[in-house]
Write a protein that binds this ligand. Structure first.
Ligand code: 13P
Ligand code: SF4
Length: 308
């Protein structure tokens, strides 16, 4: 179970959330990096791509987004008629903050005609300035869909480099990175491999290049879960945020998973608690909204990805 609160408190909060959810015709979406108890009360748990697809297609009137700001913002971009709640308004993504619209516009001025692929971990303003969006599960496919040689990948340098390498293409890379995945070192992986010689190593493409090179499989959170489920291996060294272990244990209860480093904890993903989800549903706040002029352009960028 691995909840970070007592079973009694979990039951009380889960019951309150269920009642409020029905009252407001709400759906709760949660990312795999969320606390276990938050994942357990969600209507849908997924990776960034699956969550944006759910947000685009839901009939619910209220979307409670248990994740970080750019995820809730993508839901608000795709479903402007819905109330989108981010239970913890300070849950941001430091990588998304490593590029802003002004910096991107200056780059486009310097390199006229450059096509911009923006990772979904970015603000609505940055999406509005980009040509097409991608997530870690479809970055390769998105880059492959573009003709021409002048392509800028923002803001995750590691994911961009990974996609370029798979496709044998050269991309211009923005110097952004995930502070959580960057805490993982090659040394951590080598030590883990020594301790667990039979384990397969599975890592997220936000990891440094030298770590991806050591891996048996590199993929999005949903990709990592699918790989572990379908693999004949019984043990795995996991190079991504700790929250994923909850789903890995649920999907493969008989297999063993070793987090490659105890430092793989995203503090922003952990800010959302069940009490905050309950309060968010009670007050229908904090809400995430996007200015219409930005939203329309950002939506086109996201929809180009979803159409693939
Ligand atoms: P995915 O769930 O798309 O793999 O993304 C990981 C991530 O860092 C979300 O912030
Ligand atoms: Fe951002 Fe990294 Fe946290 Fe994902 S894990 S939300 S990329 S800081």
């Amino acid at each position: 179970m691995n909840h970070t609160i007592s079973q009694d408190l979990f039951q009380t909060l889960a019951t309150e959330i269920k009642v409020l959810k029905q009252e407001h015709k709400a759906i709760i979406l949660a990312h795999y990096y969320q606390r276990p108890e938050v994942q357990d009360i969600a209507d849908f748990v997924g990776d960034s791509l699956q969550l944006s697809q759910q947000a685009a297609n839901t009939d619910a009137e209220v979307i409670v987004f248990c994740g970080v700001h750019f995820m809730a913002e993508s839901a608000a971009i795709l479903s402007p008629d819905k109330v989108v709640i981010l239970p913890e308004q300070n849950a941001g993504c430091p990588m998304a903050d490593m590029v802003d619209a002004e910096g991107l516009r200056a780059y486009k001025k310097r390199v006229p005609g450059v096509q911009v692929v923006c990772y979904v971990n970015s603000s609505a303003e940055v999406k509005a300035e980009s040509d097409i969006c991608c997530t870690s599960s479809n970055a390769v496919k998105v880059v492959q869909s573009l003709k021409g040689n002048d392509i800028l990948f923002i803001p995750d340098e590691n994911l961009g480099r990974y996609a370029a390498k798979i496709l044998g293409r050269s991309l211009q890379l923005w110097p952004g990175y995930c502070k959580t995945h960057h805490r993982l070192t090659k040394e951590d992986i080598l030590v883990a491999k020594k301790e667990h010689p039979l384990a397969k190593t599975i890592v997220h493409p936000e990891c440094r290049e030298e770590i991806c090179q050591e891996a048996d499989y590199v993929g999005s959170t949903a990709g990592l879960i699918g790989y572990a489920k379908n693999s004949e291996a019984q043990e795995f060294i996991v190079g991504t945020e700790s929250g994923i272990l909850h789903r890995l244990h649920q999907v493969c209860p008989e297999k063993k998973f070793y987090l490659a480093s105890e430092r793989l904890v995203c503090p922003n993903m952990k800010l959302t608690t069940l009490a905050k989800v309950r309060d968010g549903l009670r007050t229908l706040s904090p809400r995430v909204t996007v200015k219409e002029e930005i939203r329309v352009r950002a939506k086109a960028t996201l929809e180009r990805m979803l159409a693939l």
